[in-house]
Design a protein around this ligand. Structure first.
Ligand SMILES: NC(=O)c1ccc[n+]([C@@H]2O[C@H](COP(=O)([O-])OP(=O)(O)OC[C@H]3O[C@@H](n4cnc5c(N)ncnc54)[C@H](O)[C@@H]3O)[C@@H](O)[C@H]2O)c1
Length: 446
């Protein structure tokens, strides 16, 4: 007999895990899968990054696969012949009890992350969702409040967070390796820009263009948009900053505790080619000036450079030292006593004399069991807050990143209190935080 394993527990039982939850709420919660049994997972999106995620999870049980591209779906299904197949993730999630799911993996283009994640959260299902968590700031607010009502194990697909190097950098910065941090420059050479419409283009055979578009206003097919090039369009992605910001800015965000700004405001400005209503820019520079925590201090400034733009500070010291810091690294912390360069796998203190005298602190951040495994373990243990890039952290990190694109599109500096999900005094910029979804695609609780 097929038995679904859903149970209910009260806030009193798990309230201590999630202090921000309203005291009167109850939420669905699954009883645990016995340790000897694999978890039953559904994967939404099956090719490219989605396929990488499936490889990381295939030691559990993939019981449902969903893709709007029939060719990709058939290929994945041939490896998991027992998995049920779907084209529409709404149908999959509507059948979650029958499928007896333990978790859902969302690896679709950014514009469909929010609804797939929201429907899973609403059903009390753990979610692993690719970065950026959503395409818009407003969607983040909805996911955050859904999670507060239904706290389950979640993880955003920023797998570098689980590596050793980010841990060592965070410890070094916190131990004062460069004194007090005053600014952080982040950069990325890629350029996901210049998206243009292509009237007359026809969707590739096997692609359900209607379903692919999901919540977004309907348009004729755009040549080459699927796969991957959707990043070049505001309707589906958010350019290079949206694509890479959650990986790279994660490092200063973590090291400087920027998920806990406690009402401090941020002023954001951005520069690039004249904003286009359709396509993302070929290059972008953005800065976030974060109000100081102590009166009298200067704001902490984060800066972003993509599409070939470079940090003037990094260029200047690179030219002086004859070292291509820009080519080798992607983050430069600047502090009162020096600088620290980092990338996904290494770090370097500057100037060199300082590095020679530096004794790294003893590691304090425990090694990760693996980014995907953190999520799986949290599902098994019933620990919604255990994954380090779960919704509470991921909503704040994604918000910071996306606000850079909002300032760019607004064409003027914006000011925002993180978590407020609004821009006061600038209705046009506020509208850029997100537009309504098409009927049938609205987020539960929006
Ligand atoms: N963590 C990482 O290092 C990393 C790397 C690459 C991409 N990503 C993220 O992964 C996501 C996918 O990126 P990609 O480059 O693989 O995109 P892609 O366009 O190459 O592939 C998307 C997959 O999802 C499918 N799909 C599209 N819409 C769907 C829908 N509504 N329902 C079900 N399936 C759908 C596509 O057919 C395809 O299989 C993005 O959010 C991206 O930012 C993360």
């Amino acid at each position: 007999m097929h038995v679904t394993r859903r149970g209910f527990i009260t806030v009193a039982a798990i309230g201590s895990l999630v202090p921000m939850m309203p005291a009167c709420a109850t939420r669905p919660r699954r009883s645990r899968r016995p340790a000897a049994e694999p978890l039953r997972l559904a994967c939404i999106g099956t090719a490219n990054r989605a396929w990488d995620n499936i490889q990381e999870l295939r030691h559990e049980r993939i019981v449902a696969l969903c893709d709007v591209d029939a060719g990709y779906l058939a290929r994945a299904s041939s490896e998991f012949p027992d998995a049920r197949t779907f084209r529409d993730f709404r149908e999959l999630l509507a059948m979650e009890r029958e499928l007896d799911l333990d978790g859902v993996v969302v690896s679709t283009p950014d514009h469909t992350h929010a609804l797939a994640t929201a429907l899973a959260l609403q059903a009390g299902l753990p979610v692993y969702c690719e970065k950026p968590l959503t395409r818009t700031v407003r969607e983040l607010g909805v996911l955050r409040s859904l999670w507060e009502r239904h706290p389950v194990a979640t993880q955003m697909g920023t797998q570098i967070h689980a590596g050793d190097n980010y841990r060592r950098v965070v410890e070094a910065i916190r131990a004062g390796a460069i004194g007090r941090v005053t600014a952080v420059d982040c950069w990325q050479q890629k350029s996901w820009g210049d998206g243009r419409l292509t009237p007359g283009a026809v969707p590739p055979a096997g692609l359900d263009w209607e379903l692919w578009q999901g919540p977004i206003e309907r348009r004729a097919y755009i040549d080459g948009v699927h796969p991957a090039n959707w990043r070049r369009y505001w309707s589906y992605g958010s350019g290079t900053l949206g694509d890479m910001g959650c990986h790279i800015m994660d490092l200063p965000f973590w090291a400087l505790g920027l998920d806990r700004l406690d009402g401090r405001s941020i002023e954001i400005q951005a520069d690039g080619p004249p904003p286009d209503a359709i396509g993302t820019p070929a290059w972008l520079e953005a800065s976030w000036a974060i109000a100081p925590g102590r009166a009298g201090d200067d704001p902490l400034v984060l800066r972003w450079f993509d599409g070939g733009r470079m940090s003037p500070f990094v260029q200047e010291i690179g030219a002086k030292d004859r070292v291509d810091y820009h080519g080798r690294f992607s983050v430069c912390f600047q502090g009162t006593t020096g600088a620290l360069f980092a990338n996904y796998g290494e770090m370097l203190l500057w100037p060199g004399a300082r590095a020679a005298a530096w004794q790294p602190p003893a590691p304090t951040i425990a090694p990760s069991i693996g980014h995907h495994r953190e999520w799986l373990q949290a599902i098994r243990d019933g620990q919604p807050t255990a994954p380090l890039c779960g919704l509470p952290y991921a909503t704040r990190l994604t918000e910071l990143v996306l606000l850079g694109t909002v300032a760019y599109r607004a064409g003027r500096p914006i000011r925002c209190v993180p978590g407020s999900m609004r821009i006061d005094g600038d209705p046009a910029a506020d509208r850029l935080l997100g537009e309504p979804a098409l009927p049938g695609w609205t987020l539960p609780g929006a």
